[in-house]
Structure formats: structure tokens, C-alpha cells
Design a protein around this ligand. Structure first.
Ligand code: FAD
Ligand code: NAP
Length: 483
């Protein structure tokens, strides 16, 4: 700073003060403030990367529910508590002094993406997949055809699904689809109550499942055993289910013997397990399975054609029998023939994948793929707008994949900030958004409010031997949060 030699002390003080203020205001202005929409793995991992990669950046995580963690809380099965350990990492991120959790704020309803973009340096859409794919077949709208997504929400205490009517007064169940969600649904239907009651499964689901008459679950795929979408760990769990017998038909898998060795590694191990379960079970398994009261069965090359009904009740599913075409063993395509087959059942679960929805009519969105149009996380034609996780890739992949993707989106944002592609100038941050929400009477849930809900749930679970009893009502969550 240039200081004239004959300056008086009063003048010098004034120059220094102005310089300090200028520095301070430019620092405040240059501090990037990023808003992340959605507090699932994609939201938290993107936040983690931004906070780590920029020493001053601030991150607000906006979540429509009063509680954080997305599918880690409302998707991951209750008998998989070890998967939920990622919550510890997310909690560390949320407790960073530069991170703010704003729960109970529904973007697209309470506040628009445009408003967020006016307030923040960058906005990341990480709001997951809130809908599911449908089959568009006759009988699909019968109340006993249940979306796996809703069923998962129901047993995991998702408020919107707490009132789902699940009629378990049926011996035979058909699950359409052969992914890991289908296996989760089958496992929850077949696991002994004595095991489930020690998990954080919702009480309403536990009560309904304890009255269940379900004895047999068919898992039906449109392609063959080489194309199943589930993975080995989940298959192994199904094979080891107590008091339950796997039925894998020898004729479906015996021809796989000669191809197993040439398959890529994860597929090789999975196919080997399918083969051995059907053709080379151990003596112990054979003995246990002979005594089992329940069973699950894999059925292949069947495309759902119609849900059969009598007097409003589901009686079965009619399928087209498929042939597989294509040279690539693992990527064969199912072609339906005119031949059909029926499987009798009283309850059907549709588990053919989740689907994202646009939360703003102006969002560039691919309706067919169910994703926001983006180039590696940068939303098409919308500078300063990013996306991460299932809403950007489609509803496939485990938490590890979502983590990698979230980190990459975070890095891209940091690069754009560094290169001046996005700027914090004229972006006031969260204040204007908070004022709008507060004047509309919205109760924002902070992370320390969530701590109260968390503690209350753990306390409710302890006397009944569960890790927690989830609160399933939004009003009750808000009462506890603001108590
Ligand atoms: P989500 O986890 O869905 O998070 C999205 C968040 O955005 C949610 O909190 C949602 O409430 C919020 N949101 C939605 N709309 C709005 C809005 N308009 N405004 C504000 N917030 C909004 N992976 C594993 O590794 N192991 C497992 O055992 C496993 N089990 C799974 C079980 C099921 C049933 C499913 C469906 C998936 C499972 N996965 C598992 C995969 C894993 O859950 C996903 O990879 C991951 O959750 C995707 O993260 P995401 O952040 O994109 O979406
Ligand atoms: P998914 O893995 O994509 O499986 C969907 C299943 O539905 C496939 O068998 C698919 O068959 C079938 N399908 C799709 N469209 C169909 C149609 N029109 N008619 C008939 N069948 C159809 O989806 P998901 O099970 O919902 O799982 C989503 C992701 O979450 C996956 O990546 C999964 O691994 C992950 N997840 C992981 C865990 C875990 O790690 N324990 C648990 C749950 C979920 P095609 O292959 O023929 O299309």
C-alpha cells in the first residue's frame, strides 16, 4: 500500500480501515457458497469433496425430509446394518462448521432451482430417484400389485409409505425383476421374525410380517441366469436363509458349466454359485433344505404379459416365454414368443427399477432414461447447475459407485470455481432463501435438530431390543426436532 510521507495519523488510520474493509468484502464475496439438493450419498459425498478441496467454501445441504441420508436410511435393508456405517462419514461432513443441513425443505415446491441459483455460487441436484418404472400391462393397477420401491419405503419407515396396504394373506408371491432390490424384498418376506425384530425395521411392517402367510416367493426375470442383475453377496444370503429352500432348476443352469471359466470375474463367481446350488449342494444344505418350511424359486426367460384377477383379487401372472438373442453371452436380449405360461400367486411385487423425476419444468430432462441431461455432472445449458448420483446416472449402482461419482462432481465444481466459470459475485448465499422459507412458515430442520430425532429413535428402540424405532410421521419428527 502506498503511504504519502507527509500524511497525518488520522488520514493514515482512515486509509488502513478502508483497505481492510475492501479486503474483507472481497473475501466474503469470493467465498463460494454451494447448495446441494438431497442428503443421500450423492449429496454428502459431493459436499465432502467441496469442503475438502476449498479451505473457505461453504456448503448448504437442502433435504425435503426432516431427516438426512436418503436411501441409506430408507432403502438399505434393515438386516444390513453394516452398510449404514457410511452415516458416520456423512455425520462428520455435516458437523463441519462450513456445512449446514436444511431439512424439511422441498426444492421445486418450497423454493425453486432458479431461486437457489440466484442465491448460491453453484447448485448441485442430488435428489435421487423418487419414482419407479412400470410395465404398462393389464392388471398392474390391482392393489395387490405393489411397487418394490413403496414396499421398501414401508418396511424402512419412509413417511409417505407408512400407510401402504400390504396384504400378506397369500401363500405364493411373484416378484417381477431379478435385481438386488428384488432380493431385498424376497429376503424380508422370508426371513424369520425372530431375526427381523432385532433390526430397525418399522414396527408396522414387523407386525404385518409376523402375521404373513407367505411360504413361496418366485423371482422372475425376462432373461436368463447369465443376465441376472443381483450380486453374489446377496445371492449367498438368500441361499443361507434359515428355514428356507432355494429352487434353481437344473435345466436352467446345467448348460452353464462350459462357459463359466470364460466369464468376467464377478459374473463368473455368481454363475458358479447358481450352478453349484442347483447341481452340487452340500449334504448339510440338502438336509436343511428338505426340512425347510418356505422356499424361493428363480424363473427365467419370462416377460410379464398380464396380472390375472378374479373378483378383484390377484390370482397369478401370465408371462410370454422368451428366447434370448445376441452374440454376447451376458448382454443377450429377450425376445417374447407367442407362447405363454402362468404362475399362480395372490400378491405381486414389481421390482424393475427406480426412476428419477424432473422437479422443475425447465430442467433439461431425458424422460426415457429418467436422468437430468448433463455432461459429466454439468447440467446441459445451465451454467452453475450440476447434478450428482442417481438423478445424473440413472438408478443403478451401489453406494461406492455413487461416492466416486459424487467426488467427481465435487472436483468439477471446484475446477469451475477456480477457472471463474462460476462466480460468487452478487450471490448473497442462504439468507434470502431462509427469509423466504421462514415467512412462508416453513420449519427448517438443522443437523442438531436431527440429533434430537436420532436420539429419540434410539431411545424408543432400546427397550424392545432394536437399534432404533424410526419415527414415521413428519409432524412428529418436527415436534421432536423443535422440542
Ligand atoms: P438417494 O439416496 O435417493 O438420496 C436422494 C435424497 O434427495 C433423498 O434424501 C431425498 O429425500 C432427497 N430429495 C428428493 N427430492 C428432493 C427435493 N425435491 N428437494 C430436496 N430433497 C430431495 N447400495 C449399497 O452399497 N448397499 C446396499 O445395501 C444398498 N441397498 C439398497 C437398497 C435399495 C432398496 C435401493 C433402492 C438402493 C440400495 N443401494 C445400496 C444403492 C444406494 O442406495 C444408492 O447408490 C444411493 O443411495 C444413491 O444415492 P443418491 O444420493 O443419488 O440418492
Ligand atoms: P436393477 O439392478 O437394474 O434390476 C432391475 C431388474 O428388473 C433386472 O432384472 C431387469 O432385467 C428387470 N427389468 C427391468 N425392466 C423390466 C421390464 N420391463 N420387464 C421385466 N423385467 C425388467 O435395479 P434394482 O434392483 O432396482 O437395483 C438398483 C440398484 O441398487 C442396483 O445397482 C443394485 O445393485 C443396487 N442395490 C444394491 C443392493 C445391495 O448392495 N445389497 C441392494 C439393493 C439395490 P434386465 O436385466 O433384463 O433389464
Amino acid at each position: 500500500m502506498y503511504i504519502p510521507s507527509r500524511v497525518c495519523w488520522r488520514h493514515l488510520r482512515q486509509i488502513l480501515r478502508q483497505s481492510c474493509l475492501r479486503n474483507l468484502s472481497s473475501t466474503t464475496q469470493d467465498v463460494p457458497h454451494v447448495c446441494i439438493v438431497g442428503s443421500g450419498p450423492a449429496g454428502f459425498y459431493t459436499a465432502q469433496q467441496i469442503l475438502k478441496g476449498h479451505p473457505g467454501a461453504k456448503v448448504d445441504i437442502v433435504e425435503k425430509l426432516p431427516v438426512p441420508f436418503g436411501l441409506v436410511r430408507f432403502g438399505v435393508a434393515p438386516d444390513h446394518p453394516e452398510v449404514k456405517n457410511v452415516i458416520n462419514t456423512f455425520t462428520t461432513t455435516a458437523r463441519n462448521e462450513r456445512c449446514t443441513f436444511m431439512g424439511n425443505v422441498h426444492v421445486g415446491k418450497d423454493v425453486s432451482i432458479e431461486e437457489l441459483q440466484r442465491a448460491y455460487t453453484a447448485v448441485v441436484l442430488a435428489y435421487g430417484a423418487d419414482d419407479d418404472r412400470t410395465l404398462a400391462i393389464k392388471g398392474e393397477d390391482n392393489p395387490n400389485v405393489i411397487s418394490a420401491r413403496s414396499f421398501v419405503g414401508w418396511f424402512n419407515g419412509l413417511p409417505q409409505d407408512k400407510g401402504l396396504k400390504v396384504d400378506l394373506d397369500a401363500e405364493n408371491v411373484v416378484i417381477l425383476g431379478q435385481g438386488n432390490v428384488a432380493l431385498d424384498v424376497a429376503r424380508i418376506l422370508l426371513t424369520p421374525i425372530s431375526i427381523l425384530k432385532k433390526t430397525d425395521i418399522s414396527q408396522h411392517a414387523l407386525e404385518a410380517l409376523s402375521r404373513s402367510r407367505v411360504r413361496k416367493v418366485y423371482l422372475v426375470g425376462r432373461r436368463g441366469p447369465l443376465q441376472v442383475a443381483f450380486t453374489i453377496k446377496e445371492l449367498r444370503e438368500m441361499i443361507k436363509l434359515p428355514d428356507c429352500r432355494p429352487v434353481i432348476h437344473k435345466e436352467d443352469v446345467s448348460c452353464l458349466k462350459q462357459v463359466i471359466a470364460d466369464l468376467p470375474r464377478p459374473r463368473k463367481r455368481l454363475t458358479d454359485l447358481l450352478y453349484k446350488t442347483a447341481l452340487e449342494p452340500s449334504d448339510t444344505d440338502t438336509r436343511l433344505w428338505a426340512q425347510a418350511a418356505k422356499e424361493w424359486e428363480l424363473r427365467f426367460k419370462l416377460t410379464p404379459a398380464e396380472v390375472m384377477e378374479r373378483e378383484g383379487k390377484v390370482t397369478g401372472v401370465k408371462f410370454y416365454i422368451n428366447q434370448l438373442q445376441g452374440d454376447d453371452l451376458v448382454n443377450k436380449v429377450a425376445i417374447a414368443t407367442s407362447e405363454t405360461e402362468e404362475i399362480e400367486c395372490g400378491l405381486v411385487f414389481r421390482s424393475i427399477g427406480y426412476k428419477s423425476i424432473p422437479i422443475d419444468p425447465n430442467l433439461p430432462f431425458d424422460e426415457r432414461k429418467g436422468i437430468i441431461l448433463n455432461q459429466k455432472g454439468r447440467v446441459q445449458d445451465r451454467p452453475g447447475l450440476y447434478c450428482s448420483g442417481w438423478v445424473s446416472t440413472g438408478p443403478v449402482g451401489v453406494i461406492l459407485n455413487t461416492m466416486t461419482e459424487g467426488f467427481e462432481t465435487g472436483k468439477r465444481i471446484l475446477k469451475d470455481i477456480e477457472e471463474g466459470v462460476v462466480s460468487s459475485e452478487g450471490k448473497p448465499g442462504s439468507q434470502a432463501i431462509r427469509e423466504k422459507l421462514q415467512s412462508a412458515g416453513k420449519q427448517i430442520v438443522s443437523f442438531s435438530d436431527w440429533d434430537k430425532i436420532d436420539l429419540e429413535e434410539i431411545q424408543r428402540g432400546t427397550p424392545i431390543g432394536k437399534p432404533r424405532e424410526k419415527i414415521v410421521d413428519i409432524e412428529e419428527m418436527l415436534q421432536v426436532a423443535h422440542s
